[in-house]
Design a binder for this molecule. Structure first.
Ligand code: ADP
Ligand code: MG
Length: 293
């Protein structure tokens, strides 16, 4: 391998918004056969909005927004940002939260006005043994069936309602996935989000292999299992939760808007937001190393 050709590849990468951390990353980029895409912030923009607020019997919409907004003010999750934005827009102010605690892959908890408040997915409520009323469960399933993320709000162990949150698929995602397939690569969508929402996004972009409801700590295990099956895996992520998965993959690619941890665990940092940057990186590695040989 000539250092000059390698340097040229790294330089060409920089022009394309692909920051390669050394020659090993180029070699790994060329040999991968499977690309695992994190959903939120990688395949989607990650800019979420609350599109509906549905109180349960005995609660009102402002109550649901107020308690959810107060707790989520303590969280940095994209879902939390959406909830706080909606609550601030609809209410005069938000009460303070005490004892805030982020529950990775599940939601968040805190005390508001002396009430114990939980905000998160059905798994969170199931873990705490909180029953979801049939009508709420129905509304929630309908929202998820349309590809939305539904977030339950519980007050002192009782479901107060749920919020419907929507994210949008990046305009570049479908063509980028097609390009990966054209390169002979297998694609997998990985997410902590619910199965129905994950399926809706996967269908929209043309990915058939979906791993949904995966807790942050389990994401690296999914990568490990694929590798144990003989795959050479590239993981593309952005999130606070993707660090271990990026480090476990043969090639970790981090979207640059992601967390510091994701960037540090990555072999390649992608500084373009459009998803074409992923097939671009793999093609670049192939070309660079072919020149070298
Ligand atoms: P992803 O894999 O899409 O990056 P996460 O692992 O961060 O997702 O979260 C998975 C799921 O956990 C979310 O879809 C949501 O249901 C729930 N969740 C996580 N954090 C929060 C939060 N702050 N508020 C509400 N729900 C949350
Ligand atoms: Mg993520």
């Amino acid at each position: 391998a000539t250092p000059t050709a390698l340097m040229a590849g790294v330089g060409r990468g920089a022009q394309l918004g692909i920051l390669i951390k050394g020659p090993d990353a180029l070699e790994a980029s060329r040999s991968v056969d499977t690309v695992v895409l994190d959903k939120t912030g990688t395949v989607t923009t990650g800019k979420m909005t609350v599109t509906d607020c549905r109180p349960a019997d005995g609660f009102t919409m402002p109550e649901v927004l107020r308690f959810a907004g107060a707790v989520e003010a303590g969280s940095e999750h994209a879902i939390a940002t959406a909830v706080v934005t909606a609550a601030r827009a609809g209410l005069p102010g938000l009460p303070p939260v005490d004892g805030f605690c982020a529950l990775p892959g599940l939601g968040a908890r805190g005390e508001v006005d002396g009430h114990e408040v939980l905000v998160g997915n059905t798994r969170l409520l199931a873990d705490r043994g909180i029953p979801v009323p049939a009508d709420v469960a129905e509304g929630l399933a309908a929202a998820e069936g349309e590809g939305a993320t539904a977030i339950l709000v519980a007050l002192d162990g009782r479901v107060a309602g749920f919020l419907v949150i929507r994210d949008v698929v990046k305009p570049s995602a479908r063509a980028a996935v097609d390009a990966l397939h054209a390169l002979g690569l297998r694609t997998v969508l990985l997410t902590g989000d619910n199965e129905a929402a994950a399926r809706a996004v996967a269908d929209e972009v043309g990915v058939t292999d979906v791993r949904a409801g995966v807790l942050p700590a389990e994401k690296a295990q999914v990568i490990d299992a694929l590798r144990a099956g003989g795959a050479r895996v590239a993981m593309v992520g952005d999130g606070i939760n993707d660090g271990p998965a990026l480090a476990t993959a043969d090639l970790g690619m981090a979207m640059a808007k992601g967390s510091d941890i994701a960037l540090r665990s990555a072999d390649v940092v992608l500084v373009r937001e459009d998803l074409h940057v992923v097939p671009d990186a793999i093609r670049l590695a192939d070309r660079t190393l072919r020149i070298i040989r």
